[in-house]
Write a protein that binds this ligand. Structure first.
Ligand code: 3H9
Length: 707
């Protein structure tokens, strides 16, 4: 193996190059190599300046998260002989020889912090910089909270840290993070030249700068406002507030004191449960992209230049938006020109929202819409690599479509359905080309939600699946590969969530209390509020399909059906469980009559007495239990895939790591015992523990490793 850090000297400039695939993370070997090369360059009288660079793909993607995970689980912080990152940064910053970072690819987290320790930064046009530590439940721990505000001002720096977003070269230049942007092939020569220019003039460490900071009253107001926002939107976790505290500490007490406080707060965050959960999800998302027999089969995925989308309703338009946004041309097929134009208007509106939010320029939005062509016949199919069907959920219509698609497309065109309720095998059979058929189940709104369930039947070919995974990645979606069953993974495992909500309501628990308990747990909203958002009619129809598929464990309260019969379909009709006329969800005293009637229809069972904390457990142990069934049936590959899907598809709180990790923290035996107790207390088979769960409970195995 080559050394992960190399040192070359040319004309008095030392170039330290980090080359540690896949992303140049700061592993122990890289830190040791960096330390040694820095020492050599500083000690060499022939070296007048130092350039720090990466391997072309990445500058440095940050601290080694694998190592952070171990520390979070109790491994010692320091390893003998391995320098700490903050010390290396201090050496760069305090160096008598000018230091310049030449950034190509990603400079994230500790990578950007390393670059901020240099006296200047040059980037290539495609570089990306950012401090995404908060996504991992951490705060920047090697000076990011101190140096970034001193380069960009507090407003931009705090926004970058709180959003964890990656900033492109042009913006990084405007913000002052980069001093210059030059083409890739000029990057290192220009950085070397800059060390010589810096060598002639005065140099100031970023930590000592104050010229970009806002006046005190202004930065105080910025931090106070950000603090209020964080309290409101991320009230279950403390690390975002800790990040703001570190920034403020440095502004009040100076950069060096700020570094010390940052370190303390970083270590506190690293030892916290949310960090362990978020790091679990980081690796879980990456594991989900790997499908044995497909992604390790040596296939080189095709990158489609054109995809045909059939159906331009809300889902079809959202899918088309996501494709166009990824630079993939879309042929959209609708039944009439008018419907096609309506779809184009929806797609335009989707992009307009991105323009409003400042994510896209108006010109770029128009350019993306220009990649769309409208068709009323399947004549658009000719050159498509992929067809994604998003027509209405009618089996007859879809079967007919797939039969035609099978006939009219060649052996290299993959045929995907966005169905959420129809058995994919039936469509595969109708197509006459089952090896080309798979499901791409997007979540609504499809251009916003990150999750795609990639559904395969036993006959879907590895090539089709491999190309589908690559297409999802290109759309910046996270894919979870699942087998074919009613509800696929997410809708199936959350089936008990809605059923058990009904059970508790029938047992006298107030629906609004259930909603509050689930919000308190960290779900984005409670089950009744969510049902109002999705549409009660949609929920009732989907529920009926799921109940029919899994009759041995179906429980259905009459409440939602009664509300639908009264025309209360949720937000879209102004009332459901809540009233929505004011634009806000307001509790409605009229709901009580519907609840009373539902209880009567359930046989007026005895009211249950439950503590608030028990409510989320009942609903979500139900989810875990069904997830265990999906695992043992092979519908999903790994427990961590369930965590990814539940987080991205249903908003299961990331700071708890997903239902499987959360339940594992409680322990399989305790989950099993609770289900048995509720089964007996409520006399409902819905609580019957899945064999996989029972086995883990019996053997003491972790729910995260398949037993
Ligand atoms: C930090 O820096 C703390 C400091 O402030 C303080 C320190 C004292 N470490 O995502 P991909 C692996 S916190 C270890 O599919 P892409 C990843 O697991 C860190 N491994 O590629 C995967 O492995 P595998 C702050 C890492 O091209 C492979 O690389 N930094 C790391 O889609 C490919 O990853 C971050 O949070 C890492 N840091 O995206 C950045 N990063 O193939 C985290 C990646 O075995 N990384 N791996 O599954 C990313 O956001 C993306 O990986 C990146 C590339 C955008 C760089």
């Amino acid at each position: 193996m080559t050394h992960p850090v190399e040192l070359e000297s040319h004309d008095g400039v030392a170039v330290i190059r980090i080359d540690s695939p896949p992303v140049n993370a700061l592993s122990a070997e890289v830190l040791v190599g960096l330390g040694e090369c820095l020492l050599a360059a500083l000690g060499d009288p022939a070296v007048a300046g130092i350039v720090l660079t990466g391997n072309g793909k990445s500058f440095v993607a940050g601290a080694d998260v694998t190592r952070l995970e171990k520390i979070a689980r109790g491994a010692p912080l320091d390893v003998a002989g391995v320098p700490r990152l903050p010390e290396l940064i201090a050496t760069l910053e305090g160096s008598s020889k000018p230091t310049v970072a030449a950034i190509e690819g990603f400079a994230l987290g500790g990578g950007l912090e390393l670059a901020l320790g240099c006296h200047a930064r040059v980037g290539s046009p495609l570089c990306r910089v950012g401090l995404p530590e908060l996504l991992l439940g951490l705060i920047p721990g090697a000076g990011g909270t101190q140096r970034l505000p001193r380069l960009t001002g507090v407003r931009a720096a705090s926004e970058m840290m709180l959003s964890s977003r990656q900033v492109k070269a042009e913006e990084a230049l405007r913000l002052g993070i980069l001093d210059e942007v030059v083409p890739s092939d000029e990057l290192v020569p220009r950085a070397a030249a800059l060390t010589r220019e810096l060598g002639r003039g005065p140099r100031r460490a970023v930590l000592d700068r104050t010229d970009r900071l806002e006046p005190e009253a202004e930065w105080r107001e910025i931090l106070a406002r950000a603090g209020r926002e964080v309290q409101k939107k991320q009230r279950h976790v403390t690390h975002p507030s800790a990040c703001l505290e570190a920034i403020e500490h440095g502004l009040v007490h100076g950069g060096s004191a700020g570094l010390e406080r940052e370190r303390e707060l970083f270590l506190e965050a690293l030892a916290s449960e949310p960090a362990r959960a978020l790091i679990h999800l980081f690796f879980a998302e990456r594991a989900a992209a790997k499908v044995p027999g497909v992604t390790d089969a040596g296939l080189s995925p095709r990158h489609p230049s054109r995809v045909v989308v059939i159906g331009g309703g809300t889902m079809g338009s959202g899918i088309a938006t996501a494709l166009l946004d990824a630079g993939v041309g879309v042929g959209l097929v609708e039944a009439s020109e008018a419907l096609g134009e309506a779809a184009r208007a929806r797609i335009r509106k989707n992009f307009a929202r991105s323009v409003e939010k400042g994510r896209l320029s108006a010109g770029a939005a128009e350019q993306r819409v220009a990649g769309l062509s409208l068709h009323t016949e399947l004549d658009a199919l000719g050159e498509a690599d992929f067809v994604i069907e998003a027509a209405s959920e009618e089996l007859g219509l879809k079967r007919q479509l797939f039969a035609e698609l099978g006939r009219r497309t060649g052996p290299d065109t993959w045929l995907a359905s966005n169905t959420s309720t129809i058995d994919l095998e039936l469509l595969a059979e109708a197509s006459g080309a089952p090896e080309r058929v798979l499901g791409l189940h997007f979540f609504s709104p499809a251009h916003v939600m990150k999750l795609v369930e990639v559904v395969r039947t036993p006959r879907t070919s590895a090539r089709a699946l491999s190309d589908a995974l690559a297409l999802c990645k290109r759309m910046k979606k996270t894919s979870v590969t699942v087998g074919n069953c009613t509800g696929f993974l997410v809708n199936r495992i959350f089936m008990p969530y809605s059923q058990l909500t009904g059970l508790l309501i029938d047992r006298g628990i107030d629906p609004y209390r259930i909603d509050r308990a689930l919000s308190e747990f960290g779900m984005p909203m409670g089950p009744s509020r969510m049902s109002d958002l999705a549409g009660l009619d949609v929920g009732v129809a989907a529920g009926a399909i799921l109940d029919a598929a899994y009759p041995t464990r179906a429980y259905r309260s009459a409440l939602r059906r009664l509300l639908v019969e009264a025309g209360r379909l949720g937000e879209k009709t102004g009332a459901g469980h809540y009233r929505h006329e004011s634009g806000r969800a307001e509790e409605d005293p009229e709901l009580a009559a519907f609840v009373a009637r539902a209880r009567e229809l359930a046989g007026s069972p005895a009211k249950a007495a439950l503590a608030d904390a028990e409510i989320p457990r009942i609903l979500l142990f139900g989810v875990v239990n069904e997830a265990c069934r999906a695992l043992e049936e092979g519908i999903v590959l790994r427990p961590s895939d369930i965590d990814v899907a539940a987080n991205l598809g249903m908003g299961f709180p990331a700071f708890r790591g997903g239902p499987m990790r959360w339940a594992d923290g409680i322990g399989a035996a305790a989950v099993h015992a609770a289900l048995v107790e509720w089964r007996d207390r409520f006399a409902q088979p819905i609580f019957e523990p899945a064999p996989y769960l029972a086995e883990c409970a019996r053997t003491g195995a972790s729910l995260l490793t398949r037993c």
